[in-house]
Design a protein around this ligand. Structure first.
Ligand SMILES: C[S@@+](CC[C@H](N)C(=O)[O-])C[C@H]1O[C@@H](n2cnc3c(N)ncnc32)[C@H](O)[C@@H]1O
Length: 371
């Protein structure tokens, strides 16, 4: 507990603005409270509680727990967090809980505004990696994918919202004529494909084209191949491959990477390898984090603290753990553009899409005549 002696009090008062310190203390308390709420958003998402509650009228904790097939004591404690966080409405006389439609609109799996509870999962994910990261601060070393439980599941849910949901209406139309080419039949490669949600969606829509996905992690590749099998897709394959050894030539008409360059061992070498692997008329579609390389430009960037935190806890140590330079999540669109230019890509175009303000999309052509 804090104590002050009368003798030192006048000096301490002169050292800082007490009012500003009290305001900051309140802000710090809010940060900690919101952090705890984020963990509970993640729990509600993973257990399907938001989806269930969105379909219910006001009900008791027992009724909600029964319908969810969960233990009432835990559901009641979770509901208390939701009520004190002003997420769920509580009728104290009836002891009933209700998730209003206006809150369900960003917390459920079919949420109209996008499901923000998906992003809340990154908070407990970072917590799970804390001990590894403490050691990284001391040693300067890195981490491996196995240090992050459920990483690929969370990433694929993120990708489903930022990529798959807009792939055919917004993203692919950024490349002139690609829809026609995909219908006729071309070769497509996705780098760092994760669980393959984007590529399987494309393979289903364009049966004449051939799709390949590469990823370092066997767990992700197994899940991707399983998804392709479930959807009975014959024009797609996923392989475990370390892109640090990527060395193909004139193979693909379209190469994509969705949030998969900045945390590589050697992003610059990879971008050069992508240029080499494209056919002459080929095009590279890169989605990556859209922050600036300069901290001062990111002060108002959407969810900048979250992105820097993910950088510190995941993207930087994952790259360093592969022997890489650890550019971090906020490597900056300027860095990405410079890499594309130094790999001799042409007609490089940069887009920021309204549904996805955190990311930047680059369309780059191997040859000058395109775009
Ligand atoms: C941020 S995740 C994005 C995954 C996926 N594209 C998506 O949007 O859901 C980055 C992916 O790159 C993969 N990756 C990282 N380093 C790699 C490497 N050296 N070779 C191949 N894949 C790698 C990871 O396993 C991970 O699936």
């Amino acid at each position: 507990m804090h104590t002050t002696s009368e003798a030192t009090e006048p000096v301490e008062k002169a050292l800082y603005d007490v009012l500003a310190a009290e305001v900051f203390l309140e802000r710090t308390a809010d940060i900690i409270n919101a952090g705890a709420q984020s963990v509970m958003l993640s729990i509600g998402h993973r257990l399907g509680l938001f989806d269930l509650m969105a379909s219910l009228s006001p009900e008791s904790s027992q009724q909600i727990a029964d319908k969810a097939g969960l233990a009432e004591r835990y559901v009641r404690e979770w509901l208390a967090v939701m009520v004190t966080a002003n997420i769920v409405n509580y009728d104290a006389s009836l002891k009933t809980y209700h998730l209003p439609k206006s809150h369900a609109a960003c917390l459920t799996r079919d949420a109209e505004l996008g499901n923000y509870a998906v992003y809340a999962q990154f908070i407990p994910l970072m917590g799970a990696a804390q001990d590894h990261i403490l050691r990284c601060f001391e040693s300067g070393g890195g981490t491996k994918y196995g240090d992050y439980p459920c990483f690929h599941q969370i990433m694929s849910e993120d990708s489903e919202q930022s990529v798959v949901s807009s792939l055919f209406d917004v993203i692919l139309p950024l490349i002139t004529g690609i829809d026609d080419q995909l219908h006729i039949g071309i070769k497509v490669l996705d780098i760092g494909c994760g669980k393959g949600y984007a590529l399987t969606a494309m393979a289903g829509r364009y049966p004449q084209s051939q799709f390949t996905g590469y990823d370092l992690c066997e767990e992700a590749v197994v899940a991707a191949n399983h998804l392709a099998k479930v959807r009975d897709l014959k024009n797609i394959k996923f392989e475990v491959k370390d892109m640090a050894t990527f060395n193909e030539q004139d193979e693909y008409d379209l190469i994509t990477s969705f949030d998969a360059v900045h945390d590589q061992k050697n992003p610059e070498g990879l971008v050069k390898g992508i240029h080499r692997a494209l056919r002459h008329s080929g095009v590279y579609l890169m989605q990556d984090i859209g922050g600036s390389a300069h901290l001062e430009n990111n002060i108002d960037f959407p969810m900048a603290s979250l992105l820097y935190s993910i950088s510190c806890m995941h993207c930087t140590p994952i790259s360093i753990g592969q022997g890489g330079e650890g550019l971090g999540t906020m490597w900056g669109w300027e860095t990405a553009q410079a890499m594309l230019e130094s790999a001799y890509f042409h007609s490089i175009k940069r887009h920021v899409l309204p549904h996805d303000p955190m990311n930047v999309w680059f369309i780059s052509h191997k040859e000058m005549s395109h775009g």
